[in-house]
Design a protein. Sequence first.
Length: 301
Amino acid sequence: EIFELKAELNSDKKEKKKEAVKKVIASMTVGKDVSALFPDVVNCMQTDNLELKKLVYLYLMNYAKSQPDMAIMAVNTFVKDCEDSNPLIRALAVRTMGCIRVDKITEYLCEPLRKCLKDEDPYVRKTAAVCVAKLHDINAQLVEDQGFLDLLRDLLSDSNPMVVANAVAAISEIMDASPNAAQVLEMNSGTINKLLTALNECTEWGQVFILDSISNYTPKDDKEAQSICERVTPRLAHANAAVVLSAVKVSICERVTPRLAHANAAVVLLAVKVSICERVTPPHPNWHTPMLQWYSQLSRW
């Protein structure tokens, strides 16, 4: 079977080659070892067919770690695809780069990633933002030395809310893994204002990422805290429960009480917890305190 697939992968007919790659992926999915076909599959990367390229990249993500020396063969194609005229191919290349956890080729991917972070297409930029977090997980020092944290922070000012949301998600992931990154990625009043502006145009899950990030910010004074609360409060009426729960994190207790009439039971239960806490404990001096602390107060009561 391997011999037949190898012959089909090297066929001059594009359709036959694509069908062969599909067979390889099918075998890989059911647990068969098709790593012997690595060089033949990699040769199929040189194509303009997006479907075929996706299949080849899927194969690479699965076998690159076990075949690090051969994975280097794909570097030139990655670099080339990151400059392709089709933004879908550029995004596909940068996403795959972030998923190939091979130290030997990581340094070769820095320049393509840097270009994608400044790409003219927002879909490519938002994909590159996520790739920075994945690259940081592989080699945190490399990300810091190459200035990717600064580029990621710059994306918080991006004109596209989708890019902003993905940058926030990547920053949150990096800060959880590396305390050193907090110095570069620290939020300030200007950044928070940009996030709140992007909030109105984000998808539901983009809003969750942004709200969770804002909940970790300490306002410089009461006026700023009140301003943030006023801009976040409309999210308490959102149809998506996850958005509502994230909004609760950055809202003062008295703004949660009206949610007791919310149609979603999970939201009502959370509002009840917070409402009871507000009545049986002194108001917490820090409005931004994570809701887990309120839960602990409720359990003690």
